[in-house]
Design a protein around this ligand. Structure first.
Ligand code: GCU
Length: 701
């Protein structure tokens, strides 16, 4: 009680809070390190050494000695594994050569970003060796070691080998150069201010640290909606400043990418067309690529939102997405750059009276026919669901549907539809539902996690997510929303971790190891997604939000709009029939047995019932309650459980820093009140539509 770990009042340090309170010797197999050994001429290891030194100094209260050879005491030895040819011959006893610390066969188990943590005795010192083939791998190893120390799980005899499951692990910043952030809920951009790239590079560096600490390796520095000023990021006037950002991220093993405007040849190049098959356009992009790589030799590539929500693209010229993407791919190819091409393509000018067109079909219908026609440095970026980051959607059938194209999953860390960082909504359970979903694309066991970690032969895959950070001191507005950034990185590294494991380790690193704190916060995080879903839009219906900003209930907010987002509620029932037999046919886009499971109202998972089916209010769910009663019950219970979150948090008073305690309490109280608003608006709407009263006679208006 007295030893409050979180002395980081502002929340700025996020989960990288190190202090002596962190160090409670949990078992005899733990040691405190007194020195760090790394070859001082290896520049690649500088950041790893710095990070480790900072952590150990704060945790032990003593600056660890930097030594070039381990001689005594407890040492962390950071070791860059030499190329095979330079391995010294030393017999490891298993027939394999060794460089003194790592055998040849061990080295073979590592990819470029992987690491090994193991113990050894050398030169009179007890060493914990962190070995990797690159500086990035060593840095990930260092952060893993720090995580184990902070969580009390470090064992001096541990033998850990890790490689990231997914190669490309990316964040998408939706930041604009005026400093605003599209769908940002934590202040303004840390990258831009008043039309200029920031000079506050310290904050950028601290963000790079947070990213690297959870294993992320790529970042797109501007919004997918590229307007006038951002179009100019690829010009000589901005590139030197972009290069400065790239320098910082590079130190942390992170490559930078830019979102581009497909009409750049017109807007910047003075051409009269951006037609991807026009030779002038092709040469303009080739020259542009060569210019970019002069400034940033390891530039990652372009992210492109084309022919989507009024953004320009190849359709204007009668070309398809493959022709559009391949033209850019050809320009980047000589430099190893990638084109990340978004599949978020649909008709956003739909007539709500049209019951045949279904936005859910759109990405699939646009991209499946093109499977196999994209160049090998194009990656298709697919939102997790077929609509748009709703609270609950089925997994996009393009994932696993595409077999001959590179693709990556797109998630949203920023809580656009999940409470905008005013409500607590820990997203790991939602993402686990996606990652664990069996697509049956390669037969049983073809989970999304497996498809992303083992792409088809010769293909590449990845994962991206829209970031939730801004320049609020605590990065994410809601302190507990930091857990979402954290868990995104951890799942990108290892999609088989459980939501609970990640919640626990995040909580311990952020708040220390008081078991009451860990259990309470972990429990709150784990419950929060279902609580949020139950008082907002249960059963997969979605979209009942205020148009534009998307915060708060408005059941018909999008019902008569052009965005293709309809629930079709009337006095008899609600939901969209997406079956093949009688509906829009979307259910048929999945591999069996998913297609038949979704096709039938009897077998459709209930959490997606109204996504796939139109259901009458008196239909009985598996539990025996009617649909209308379920809607009432869910909203009453959800709001009650949101109120309980306040009490659960209050039980921690005195156990965590008072600043953070107060900030989170204020948000939870707002959430509880707002959950009542959701409950009453939704319940009243359905009562008025259906005329069916609540069996329990609770207040409905
Ligand atoms: C959502 C979001 C937009 C965003 C778009 C996208 O529709 O509301 O702000 O631009 O997704 O992913 O491109």
């Amino acid at each position: 009680m007295t030893n409050i770990h979180n002395c980081d009042k502002s929340g700025y340090k996020a989960w990288l809070v190190y202090n002596q309170a962190t160090w409670t010797k949990p078992n005899p197999n733990t040691v405190l390190f007194d020195s760090i050994c790394a070859d001082p001429v290896q520049k690649e290891l500088e950041v790893a050494v710095e990070e480790l030194k900072e952590a150990l100094t704060a945790i032990s209260g003593k600056i660890p000695e930097l030594v070039s050879k381990p001689t005594s005491g407890n040492t962390v030895l950071i070791h860059l594994i030499p190329q095979r040819k330079t391995l010294k011959t030393a017999d490891t006893g298993n027939g394999s050569e060794s460089d003194g610390y790592i055998s040849d066969s061990e080295a073979c188990r590592l990819d470029n970003e992987g690491f090994i943590i193991k113990s050894c005795q050398t030169g009179g010192a007890n060493c914990t060796v962190i070995a990797a083939k690159t500086g990035a791998g060593a840095l990930y190893g260092v952060f893993a070691l720090i995580r184990h120390i902070l969580c009390g799980t470090f064992d001096k005899n541990a033998y850990i080998v890790q490689n990231p499951a997914i190669k490309l692990r990316m964040l998408n910043q939706w930041d604009n150069m005026d400093g605003s952030i599209e769908r940002g809920y934590a202040g303004n951009s840390i990258f831009y201010r008043n039309g200029q790239i920031t000079t506050d590079l310290r904050r950028v560096r601290d963000y790079a640290r947070l990213m690297a600490s959870v294993g992320l390796n790529s970042i797109v520095l501007n919004n997918v909606n590229v307007h006038g000023p951002e179009t100019r990021l690829i010009t000589k006037e901005q590139l030197p400043k972009v290069a400065r950002l790239a320098d910082i991220f590079r130190e942390y093993g992170i490559k930078i990418y830019l979102s581009i405007n497909y009409s750049s040849p017109i807007e910047l190049g003075g051409l009269d067309t951006a037609d991807p098959l026009d030779s002038r356009v092709r040469s303009w992009w080739s020259e542009k690529a060569s210019e970019i790589y002069e400034y940033i030799p390891d530039f990652g590539g372009f992210l492109v939102k084309a022919d989507s929500e009024f953004r320009p693209g190849p359709f204007t010229y009668g070309r398809n997405h493959a022709e559009g993407a391949n033209m850019l791919a050809a320009a980047l190819k000589p430099y190893g750059g990638l084109v990340i091409w978004r599949c978020f393509v649909y008709n956003c000018r739909q007539d709500w009276r049209d019951r045949v067109t279904d936005r859910a079909n759109s990405a699939y219908d646009n991209f499946m026919p093109l499977d196999g026609s994209f160049d090998d440095n194009v990656i298709l970026q697919i939102k997790n669901g077929p609509m748009d980051f709703q609270v609950r959607e089925p997994v996009s059938p393009l994932i696993g549907g595409l077999k001959k194209s590179n693709y990556m999953l797109e998630l949203q860390v920023t809580q656009e539809y999940t409470g905008q960082q005013r409500h607590l909504c820990y997203l790991a359970p939602m993402w686990k539902d996606v990652l664990d979903f069996d697509t049956y694309s390669r037969g049983k066991g073809s989970t999304v996690a497996r498809l992303l970690s083992e792409p088809e032969d010769g293909l590449i895959s990845g994962i991206a997510a829209v970031s939730n950070i801004g320049d609020d001191m605590n990065w994410t507005g809601h302190d507990l929303a930091q857990a979402n950034l954290y868990c995104y990185g951890r799942l990108a590294w290892d999609p088989w971790l459980t939501s609970e494991e990640i919640a626990r380790e995040w909580t311990m690193q952020t708040f220390g190891r008081d078991p009451v704190v860990t259990d309470t916060i972990t429990g709150m995080l784990l419950d929060s997604y279902h609580i949020y879903e139950s008082y907002t839009t249960p059963l997969g219906i979605g979209w009942m939000v205020n148009p534009g900003h998307h915060y708060g209930p408005n059941v018909d907010g999008y019902e008569y709009s052009a965005w293709g987002t309809y629930h079709r509620a009337d006095h008899k029932g609600i939901g969209v029939d997406r079956s093949v037999a009688t509906g829009t046919g979307f259910a048929g886009k999945y591999f069996p047995p998913n297609s038949s499971i979704y096709e039938s109202i009897e077998t459709c998972p209930e959490e997606l019932l109204l996504f796939f089916h139109r259901v009458e209010y008196d239909y009985r769910l598996k539990s025996g309650v009617t649909l209308i009663q379920y809607i009432y019950d869910s909203h009453f219970e959800g709001a009650a459980r949101a109120a309980e979150l306040v009490d659960r948090w209050k039980s921690l008073e005195g156990r965590i820093g008072s600043d953070c305690f107060g900030r989170v309490l204020a948000r939870l109280e707002e959430q509880a009140a707002h959950a009542c608003e959701w409950r009453d608006v939704i319940n009243s709407y359905f009562y008025r539509k259906s005329g069916i009263p609540d069996e329990k006679s609770r207040p409905i208006y």
